[in-house]
Design a protein around this ligand. Structure first.
Ligand SMILES: [Zn+2]
Length: 796
């Protein structure tokens, strides 16, 4: 029955195609840029021409997929604005501003009537997302009127350049193509498009491409990418589980405003198109319906594309369903559905011969050669291929149009599933332990609790403050404790974030982090509650939580309790010019126990005010405690970064900036100048170089010409967070000598993670060696319990 409908659609589609005027130059150009006939399909081999509606070429001057053309963010938006002002089927919604102040927007495409009544459809989805108080019958009536939002995001990873280009052509086609298939998509779905998910990185990469990569002809010619994409964290913007980055936080806000049942994140890394089907290990807390939906759609896409003769479309053997930290998981985590592609990109827009050598399928054991036939890859990609941006565009666009074909044909099923998953999340919280979580009041450092509560709130999870003392089987908790009940729409997400992960099978590998338990990661007490009575605890809902600090008494000396709060370091930097001391042993001041490490500072209105603002606890004393103490000075601090591995340096920069720790970010240029000790007391080398000391020293390989990362009128997005006339070559041995001198002159060198191989292997620390685990050891992102045996050691 279904197949009949589709073939009928195809026949009518061909008829309509004949009637709608087409752009003959487009057909000619894309045929020429597509390197083999089997890389082209009837969905994308033509482009309708509509006098009143501009195509991407009408605005930008080039067709999507043209060799050597990439589009900056302002031009992406310029195109979408032109499209929206010419078509009543297109609308643009604001979505905030990025970390670097660029505009974030979402493009909406549907039929005219739907666009006119967008808020009504938004209201329907909000009801299905939170169906409390809705009977199944009422839900049925809403589903009968509602339409699913199918949201595309592309360009989260800036070197994956194709999706932001393809999405413009998709938007135009969806707006103008007249055929039963396109009518069905516009009538039954609301399509949303994020022009570039990481706009800052998009502009930086496009600048870099035009400056350094435009003339690459072979794989060997390809030079390194720019040292930065977004402001801080590069590729890890897809692992930003706590939405630390402003840009990603804005997408989450948009998501929770609109509730798209499907989010489809477009990446590039695999030949020729991998479509995510939700393989194991799977998070068992997510709804089983989701695990049916994912292969349902990906198998349809694979079937259609193989039907068009396209090789290299496969499912299954790449990313799994374990970590909830991917950006697009905001959808799965909130009872929707994350979909994902990896297509084949050349890191720019140049056509070149590519050799597929990777022996293993993305770290998935048993995946075998990428080009081998497997049950999930019945028509494998080629071992060698001349590949173009247009091939990439054809694959992505054919894939997403196939997904839109299926989902527009089954829009009511998508909505019913969305409602069922939302309702099941609430119901499972009433039936299955744990029924909730308690964050007890009165913990040593309440700012950690505030961190957890505010992230949960950001994720749309309801948190309440207990109005009375709470007595449960697990214990008695004071009034003011924070309660998360599981019988809420995002109760499953609360469980996923707060529970201890129980990895299902030691033989399974996961693509990403194995653990993320928020209480353990924040050193805060979080109690899992199996007592159903927690659901009835009276609470006041919390919007956001801020912890006010306090200063007791009015002596001339303030003792700030060392409770491990991160904001203690912020206090130090906010009172930069004030003398700080730390006590080395605990001391009892009146009835207040001052732990070792507590800070002594002269009392002032400013000090008192900062302590309160930062959520710290202090007591005023009339004289200093009679225990050993030492000065806590503000060191002159530098963070060393290579140019080729700024990813984890970015997390350290983010943490320092967030907690207001002052530092210089230095590169090989500064190190080679020497006299590091004259400028710095402490240098931190964050994890970089992938566990190789050599790569920290020699860094980006030189291909014989300098790679300048400098700002200029032509390339305004380059040269941020440091500038270099040539990022290649590393600090080299002269740099090692300077670090050695710095340490010998009494400087403190702190290395994190894999950077610790550097001082050990280059002899800067002769008494310390570094060993690597065996290659068989694989434990990405676990949470490990450790015991401190020598707590008086200066490091602790
Ligand atoms: Zn990616």
């Amino acid at each position: 029955m279904y197949i009949k409908t589709i073939s009928l659609l195809a026949a009518v589609s061909a008829l309509a195609l004949a009637q709608q005027p087409q752009d003959p130059d487009y057909a000619k150009a894309v045929k020429e840029w597509t390197t083999k006939p089997e890389f082209m399909t009837p969905l994308v081999d033509h482009l309708p021409k509509v006098a009143s509606v501009p195509s991407p070429k009408d605005v930008l001057g080039y067709y999507v997929g043209a060799p050597k053309k990439l589009t900056h963010v302002a031009d992406l938006l310029r195109y979408y604005r032109a499209l929206a002002s010419a078509s009543k089927r297109v609308k643009i919604l604001p979505a905030g501003q990025t970390d670097e102040g660029r505009e974030q927007a979402v493009v909406v495409i549907a039929d005219e009537d739907t666009i006119r009544n967008l808020d009504t459809y938004k209201g329907y989805l909000a009801k299905l997302a939170d169906p409390r108080g809705l009977s199944d019958e009422q839900a049925k009536q809403i589903i009968a009127q509602a339409k699913p939002v199918y949201m595309f995001t592309g360009g989260l990873h800036s070197a994956e350049t194709g999706p932001p280009e393809m999405l413009m052509e998709l938007a135009y086609r969806l707006a103008v193509e007249e055929s039963p298939l396109f009518d069905q998509i516009r009538r039954n779905l609301i399509v949303m498009i994020t022009p570039a998910a990481e706009p800052d990185g998009r502009d930086r990469y496009v600048d870099w491409y035009y400056r350094h990569k435009l003339n690459e002809e072979t794989e060997e010619d390809r030079v390194a990418g720019p040292p930065y994409w977004g402001k801080y964290i590069f590729h890890d913007n897809n692992r930003d589980i706590n939405y630390s980055q402003v840009t990603m936080r804005n997408w989450l806000k948009f998501y929770l405003d609109w509730h798209p049942p499907i989010m489809h994140d477009l990446h590039e890394s695999q030949p020729f198109l991998y479509t995510f089907s939700g393989q194991s290990p799977q998070n068992p807390t997510l709804d089983p319906i989701l695990y049916g939906e994912l292969p349902w759609i990906s198998n349809f896409e694979m079937t259609k594309m193989i039907g068009y003769g396209m090789p290299g479309v496969w499912t299954h053997a790449f990313v799994d369903m374990w970590s909830p930290g991917y950006l697009g998981f905001m959808s799965s985590n909130h009872n929707g559905m994350l979909r994902m592609y990896e297509t084949f990109g050349n890191g720019g827009a140049n056509t070149m011969k590519r050799t597929i050598t990777a022996p293993e399928g993305g770290g998935f054991p048993g995946a075998g050669s990428m080009t081998a036939r497997e049950w999930y890859r019945p028509l494998p990609p080629y071992k060698e291929v001349v590949w173009s941006m247009r091939n990439n565009t054809n694959y992505m666009e054919t894939g997403v149009l196939s997904a839109l074909e299926l989902t527009s044909g089954f829009a009511k099923t998508i909505l019913q599933n969305f409602y069922d998953k939302s309702r099941n999340s609430i119901e499972s919280g009433k039936k299955e332990a744990p029924f909730g979580y308690v964050l007890p009041a009165g913990q040593r450092d309440m700012t950690r609790l505030a961190f957890i509560v505010n992230i949960l709130r950001l994720q749309g999870i309801e948190v309440g403050r207990a109005t009375t003392e709470v007595k449960l089987k697990e214990g008695t908790f004071p009034a003011g404790s924070y309660i998360i009940k599981r019988d809420q729409p995002y109760g499953r997400l609360a469980k996923i974030l707060l529970e201890k992960q129980n990895f299902p099978d030691a033989n399974l590998r996961t693509y990403d982090d194995t653990a993320w338990t928020m209480g353990l990661m924040s050193h805060a007490q979080v109690e899992e509650i199996a007592d159903k009575a927690v659901l009835d605890v009276p609470v006041q809902p919390i919007e956001t939580l801020s912890i006010a600090g306090s200063v007791k008494g009015d002596g001339q000396l303030l003792a700030v309790l060392h409770n491990g709060a991160n904001s203690l370091v912020t206090l130090r930097y906010r009172l930069k010019n004030v003398r700080f001391e730390a006590i080395e042993q605990p001391f009892k001041a009146g009835d207040t126990e001052l732990p070792a490490g507590s800070l002594l500072i002269p009392s002032s209105a400013q000090a008192r005010s900062e302590i309160e603002k930062l959520g710290l606890q202090a007591v005023a004393l009339n004289s200093a405690p009679s225990v050993p103490k030492h000065a806590v000075d503000v060191p002159r601090l530098a963070v060393y970064s290579s140019w080729g591995n700024t990813q984890d340096v970015g997390w350290v920069r983010y943490a320092f900036d967030h907690f207001e720790v002052g530092y210089d970010l230095i590169y090989k240029e500064r190190v080679r100048k020497g006299n590091l000790r004259d400028s710095y007391d402490v240098i931190v080398i964050p994890n970089q170089g992938r566990g190789s000391a050599k790569s920290i020293v020699f860094d980006v390989e030189s291909k014989g010409k300098p790679l300048a990362y400098t700002k200029s009128p032509e390339f305004p997005s380059l040269g941020l967070y440091g500038e270099s006339d040539d990022i290649t070559g590393g600090m080299g041995l002269p740099g090692v000598v300077e670090f050695d001198k710095f340490v010998k002159d009494g400087g403190v060198l702190i290395t994190l993670g894999g950077a610790s191989y550097f001082p050990a292997e280059f002899g800067i620390t002769q008494a310390v060696d570094a060993q690597r685990p065996t290659p068989q050891f694989y434990a990405p992102g676990p949470i490990v319990e450790a015991e401190i045996l020598k707590s008086t050691h200066p490091i602790f």
